[in-house]
Write a protein that binds this ligand. Structure first.
Ligand SMILES: Nc1ncnc2c1ncn2[C@@H]1O[C@H](COP(=O)(O)OP(=O)(O)OP(=O)(O)O)[C@@H](O)[C@H]1O
Length: 288
């Protein structure tokens, strides 16, 4: 299986924050969700990948090519949706399109017009008069109008209502099925990913915590609920994180088999969602 993206030992020191030897890869034709709490290093990683920031160490390959040496070629084959707008505020959508389209060898005007209609975007309205969600839609319309093989999106759904978020997930899935494109997508909204992501890469405090197929991550963890008296120091060591109150506990473990053997029928076992997994890893035992 060929990788569309390979990141190895990526490091960046930003003073109070350090991206610490980040490594992961994405096979071609799949959707990867890049998740993590605020300030975890998602945007920094994506900026380094797009060569918008100088790195201190590591290697990034896109389509098997070094992302700095082959930046121009790579950017022709990538669609990038960024959380800050980099278009012209005083120009209409149509005029912005005229400028942006020139950069792409394979601009597809028909696809662009279709996206404007699908996304209910007014072509003559100035960019500065659009809502946050509409700006994201415009960024997406541009991104989906040149025949990019790899779509990279930094928090594309954060300003969008649930209806459009759901539509966007359908669009992504359609792109994959029909056109074998690859997608890297950073977000806080893990429920979106539960539906469409094939792989999940989870970053916290500049380090990769988990990076596997979504099914492996979900099946490799178990949410345990039970009476507090069932917990012993030995039992507590089996948990990634625990939340306790006077009588009961709730915890996440990455050892479902061990948990079953240890507790038997004495506790309630549930399948965690990505949110549960993220929260327990980030907060450990420091729950209130
Ligand atoms: N240019 C910079 N100079 C100094 N620190 C920076 C710079 N850019 C980002 N940081 C810091 O690096 C850390 C990681 O930021 P980053 O934007 O990568 O996080 P994120 O995971 O995308 O967060 P969010 O989900 O809130 O967007 C933060 O603590 C941020 O303040």
């Amino acid at each position: 299986m060929e990788n569309v993206l390979e990141i190895k030992g990526l490091s960046k020191n930003l003073g109070s924050f350090r991206l610490d030897k980040v490594s992961f890869s994405l096979p071609q034709g799949y959707i990867m969700g890049f998740i993590g709490p605020n300030g975890a290093g998602k945007t920094t990683t994506i900026k380094l990948l797009m060569n918008l920031m100088h790195r201190d160490g590591g290697d990034i390959r896109v389509f098997g090519l070094d992302n700095r040496r082959y930046e121009k070629e790579i950017k022709q084959r990538i669609a990038f949706v960024y959380d800050e707008s980099y278009y012209y505020e005083d120009l209409s959508l149509q005029d912005n399109r005229r400028i942006v389209a020139r950069f792409y060898r394979d601009w597809d005007e028909k696809a662009f017009q279709r996206r404007l209609r699908d996304f209910d975007l007014p072509p003559r309205k100035k960019l500065k008069n659009l809502s946050r969600g509409m700006r994201t839609k415009f960024g997406l319309a541009i991104a989906l109008s040149h025949t990019a093989e790899f779509l990279i999106m930094d928090e594309p759904t954060s300003g969008l209502d649930p209806v459009f978020r759901s539509e966007l997930m359908d669009i992504l899935q359609q792109l994959l099925v029909e056109e074998n494109k690859s997608v890297l997508f950073s977000t806080h909204i893990t429920t979106d990913l539960e539906r469409v992501a094939d792989y999940i890469c989870f970053i916290n405090q500049g380090r990769i915590v988990l990076c596997q197929s979504k099914d492996e991550i979900l099946q490799g963890h178990v949410l345990v609920k039970g009476a507090l008296e069932r917990l012993s120091p030995e039992a507590e060591r089996m948990f990634i994180g625990l939340r306790k109150n006077h009588y009961s506990f709730e915890g996440l473990s990455a050892d479902p088999r061990g948990i079953r053997q240890f507790f038997g029928d004495g506790v309630l076992l549930e399948s965690p969602g990505l949110d549960d997994i993220m929260v327990f890893y980030v907060r450990g035992n420091h729950h209130v």
